[in-house]
Design a protein. Sequence first.
Length: 179
Amino acid sequence: MSDAQRSVAPDGPEPEEIRFFGTTWVAHDGGYALRRVAVAAGSLLLAAAGALVLRFAFQGLTIAAVGSFVNVLIVAGFAVCSALAFRRTWDGFVRRPGTAPETAADRSSQSLLLIGFIGSLLAYFCRSLVEAPGEKLRRAEYEAALERHARRRETRAGNPAARRSKAKPNAKAKAKKRG
């Protein structure tokens, strides 16, 4: 987006803030690159810390000698929950969730997503390597809002009262020519 587009409508739509980035994603200023590096490193570090905590929990199960079947179920459960959380988080960066109120299925899946927190953190890490998480979606929405605002301003250009007063003399002049 050029500076001309931003300066066209100072009273136009405001960009939506992104967590950890504010509105620096619009012009990639204000430490945007440093913030992306910090978000990527932070989410990867948190995912590693979460994996370490899960390792300790798994060691507790091993000490309790619950059996190989339970161990396989636990590992598979965390893997599936992490994959679901990754996918849900990634989809949130690409498109807005529906405006419909939360369904029972959404509410029941929240616990699965909480268990798969490592997947969410890894999605955040992967997306922050490319852009601020959610930037592409918000940029498209912001540019569309700027376009709509510019079109509205173009159609409203000028004073409507002045246009009517110009139209009236022409009508009077036509009436004089007829009469």
